[in-house]
Write a protein that binds this ligand. Structure first.
Ligand code: C2E
Ligand code: MG
Ligand code: MG
Length: 560
C-alpha cells in the first residue's frame, strides 16, 4: 500500500490503479474531475461523449441555474453531495443522479471535485408513472380510491370532529345497460366524459375520484351544510346532464347521487363511503337521476334490501322465474285468441311467489331489465312452440316503466325478437297510462320505435291513472284493458265501462275487461257490448302445459 497514489481517498497499488482506470473508462456512468473553482480537468470516455468538444465549467449544464451554487455550498460542508438534477443535453433535457465528492487532483495536488453522473431519466419516468398510477385512475385521470381514502384520513386528522366536509357518491344509472347496448369502448368514453364534467364542476380544494367502475366520489371541504350541498349537487347534475354525442347518438347520462356529511354520517372514510352508498341506493329507488342524503334509518332497511337483492340476483342467474299464461277470451263465443304472460318466482324455499312480492324490488335495483328479458324470451319461445303445434295465440307482455326508460330498450327487443324468429304483429306490450305521460326522452322514443316496428300497445289497468286523452292519442294504442276495480263495482259502479267502450271505438282499439270472476259480471259486460275479458272465471294464470289443456277444443281466431 505504501507505493501507491491517493485517489478518491484510497491508496492503491499501481496494478490496482490500472484496474480502476479500466473500470472508470469502461463504465457508462459519466465520471469527470473539476478543480474546486469549477474548471474542467478530466473526463472518462462516457463523460467526454456527453460534453463533446466543450470543456464546461462544473455543473454549468444544470437546468436549474441556482442549483449549482447550492450544491457547491453543500460541498463546503460535506465531503459528498448527491442530488437528482435536470440537465440540458444535445438530446434535450434529461435527469441525472449526481454525486459530487471533494478530492485531490493527483496530477496537480490541487483541491478538486469528482463528479459522477448516472442518467436516470427512464427510471425516474417509470417511478413517476408508478406513483401516478398509485394515486390516479388510469382511464379518467381522476384520483383513485386509495388517494381519496388518504385525503379523507388527512382531513379527519387535521380538523378532528370540528371539521366539516361532504362525501358525495355519483353513480351512472344502468351503466351495464349502456355498455351492453353500445359496447365497452363507448362505455369507456362515457366514463371519461363524465369524469371530465365532474372535474370541470369542482371548486378549489374539492377532490374527485373514480372509486369503482361507474362510480365517482367527490369530497368537498367548502361544502358543509345542506344548502351548499344542494348547490354542489345542482352544479354537478347540470354539468353531467348535457347530452353527449357519441357515434351519431345523443346520449343523456343519468347519474344518481348519495350524500354523507362528516362527521355526523361517518367518522372516517369507510363509514362515510358506506353511508353514502346507502343514500345512493335510496336515490336510485326514487328513479334515475335522483339524489338523497344519508339517514340513519337506511341501515336496517339496507341490510334487508341487500339480502333480498342478492336472492333476486341468484334467482335471475339460476332462472328460477317461470311464466304463467292467462287466456284472453272473446265474450261472444268464449274463445281464447291470446294470452297474457305473467311472471312467477319459483322460490326454492317459499314456493311460487306472485309478482307483487318482487317486481317492485326488481324495478328499484334495475334487475327488471334482466327479468323482463327472461320473461320475453320464455313467452315468445312458448308462443313459437304453440304455433308449430297449430295453436296461434297472440302474446301480451307486461312492461315496467323502468324498462322503457332505458335508451336501448326498443333496439334490444327488436334484435332479440328477430333472433327468436317471432312476429311483432302477434305481440302486444302492456303499459300503464303513466308511461304515456312522459313527453320526451327514452320512454316515448322507445314506444315510437316499438309501434313503428309493428308491435301492438295496450293500456293496462285503464281508468286508474291519469286518463289524459291527449296522451293516449299520441301512440297507436291497439287495446285498452279495463281495470279490475271497475269490474268489481259492476252495474253499481260509475258508467266508466260505457265511456271506455266509446273511447275505444273512436280510436279503433279493442277492449278487454280484467279480473272477471263471476257469471253476473260476464252477463253485464256482454250487455254493455264489451268484446273480451280475462279473469279467474275462465282461467287463472297457469303454466303452459295446463293452458294447452284448458283451451283445447276452442278453435283459434286470427292472431292479434
Ligand atoms: P296485470 O298486468 O294487471 O295482470 C293481471 C293481474 O290480475 C295478475 O296478477 C292476474 O293474476 C290477476 N288476475 C287475473 N284475473 C283475475 C281475477 O279474476 N281476479 C283477481 N283477483 N285477479 C285476477 P299477478 O299475476 O299477480 O300480476 C300482478 C301484476 O304484476 C300484473 O298486473 C303486472 O302489472 C305485473 N306483472 C306480472 N308479470 C309481469 C312481468 O313479466 N313484467 C312486469 N313488468 N310486470 C309483470
Ligand atoms: Mg297486464
Ligand atoms: Mg292489469
Amino acid at each position: 500500500m505504501s507505493s501507491g497514489k491517493r485517489v478518491l481517498g484510497m491508496t492503491l497499488s499501481t496494478s490496482s490503479n490500472e484496474r480502476v482506470k479500466g473500470m472508470v473508462d469502461g463504465t457508462t456512468a459519466l465520471i469527470s474531475l473539476f478543480s474546486r473553482d469549477g474548471e474542467f480537468i478530466h473526463a472518462n470516455p462516457a463523460a467526454t461523449g456527453f460534453f463533446g468538444d466543450a470543456r464546461p465549467r462544473l455543473l454549468d449544464w444544470l437546468v436549474d441555474r441556482d442549483a449549482r451554487q447550492r450544491l457547491l455550498e453543500c460541498l463546503d460542508r460535506e465531503d459528498e453531495v448527491r442530488s437528482l438534477c435536470e440537465v440540458a443535453t444535445i438530446n434535450g433535457r434529461r435527469w441525472h443522479d449526481l454525486d459530487l465528492r471533494s478530492c485531490t487532483d493527483t496530477e496537480s495536488g490541487r483541491d478538486a471535485v469528482l463528479l459522477t453522473c448516472i442518467d436516470v431519466t427512464e427510471l425516474k419516468a417509470a417511478g413517476e408513472r408508478a406513483h401516478f398510477l398509485a394515486q390516479n385512475d388510469r382511464l379518467t385521470g381522476l384520483r383513485n380510491r386509495d388517494f381519496l381514502e388518504l385525503h379523507v384520513s388527512q382531513l379527519v386528522e387535521q380538523d378532528g370532529p370540528d371539521g366539516r366536509f361532504v362525501l358525495l357518491l355519483a353513480d351512472i344509472d344502468d351503466f351495464q345497460g349502456i355498455n351492453n347496448w353500445l359496447g365497452d369502448d363507448i362505455g369507456n368514453r362515457i366514463l371519461e366524459a363524465t369524469a371530465n364534467r365532474i372535474r370541470a364542476s369542482l371548486r378549489g380544494g374539492d377532490v374527485a375520484a373514480r372509486v369503482s367502475g361507474d362510480q365517482f366520489a367527490i369530497v368537498s371541504r367548502g361544502t358543509d351544510d345542506a344548502e351548499s350541498c344542494e348547490v354542489l349537487v345542482t352544479r354537478l347534475r347540470a354539468a353531467i346532464a348535457a347530452p353527449l354525442r357519441i357515434n351519431g347518438h345523443d346520449i343523456t347520462i343519468p347519474v344518481s347521487f348519495g350524500i354523507a356529511m362528516y362527521p355526523c354520517d361517518g367518522a372516517d372514510f369507510g363509514g362515510l363511503m358506506r353511508n353514502a352508498h346507502l343514500a345512493l341506493q335510496a336515490a336510485k329507488a326514487q328513479g334515475w337521476s335522483s339524489w338523497c342524503y344519508f339517514r340513519p334509518s337506511m341501515n336496517e332497511k339496507a341490510r334487508r334490501r341487500v339480502e333480498f337483492e342478492a336472492e333476486l340476483r341468484t334467482a335471475i342467474r339460476e332462472r328460477q322465474f317461470v311464466v304463467h299464461y292467462q287466456p284472453r277470451v272473446s265474450i261472444a263465443d268464449n274463445r281464447a285468441d291470446a294470452v297474457e304472460a305473467l311472471v312467477r318466482w319459483n322460490h326454492p324455499a317459499r314456493g311460487i311467489l306472485l309478482p307483487g312480492h318482487f317486481i317492485g324490488m326488481c324495478e328499484e335495483t334495475g334487475l327488471i331489465h334482466d327479468l323482463g328479458m327472461q320473461v320475453l324470451e320464455e313467452a315468445l319461445c312458448q308462443q313459437l312452440v304453440w304455433k308449430k303445434a297449430g295453436l296461434d295465440l297472440g302474446m301480451s307482455i307486461n312492461l315496467s316503466p323502468r324498462q322503457l326508460e332505458r335508451e336501448s330498450f326498443a333496439d334490444e327487443i327488436g334484435s332479440r325478437i328477430q333472433a327468436i324468429g317471432a312476429d311483432p304483429a302477434t305481440i302486444e306490450f302492456e303499459i300503464t297510462e303513466s308511461m304515456l305521460l312522459v313527453d320526451d326522452g327514452p320512454t316515448s322514443s322507445n314506444l315510437a320505435t316499438l309501434t313503428a316496428t309493428g308491435f301492438n300497445l295496450s293500456i293496462d289497468d285503464f281508468g286508474t291513472g291519469y286518463s289524459n286523452l291527449a296522451h293516449i292519442l299520441r301512440f297507436p294504442v291497439s287495446c285498452i284493458k279495463i281495470d279490475r276495480s271497475f269490474i268489481i263495482a259492476g252495474r253499481e259502479g260509475p258508467a266508466i265501462v260505457d265511456l271506455i267502450l266509446t273511447l275505444a271505438r273512436q280510436i279503433g282499439a279493442r277492449v278487454v275487461a280484467e279480473g272477471v270472476e263471476t257469471d253476473d259480471q260476464l252477463t253485464w259486460l256482454r250487455e254493455c257490448g264489451c268484446p273480451e275479458y280475462q279473469g279467474f272465471l275462465f282461467s287463472r294464470p297457469i303454466p303452459a302445459d295446463m293452458l294447452e289443456k284448458r283451451i283445447a277444443g276452442f278453435p283459434q281466431l286470427a292472431a292479434l
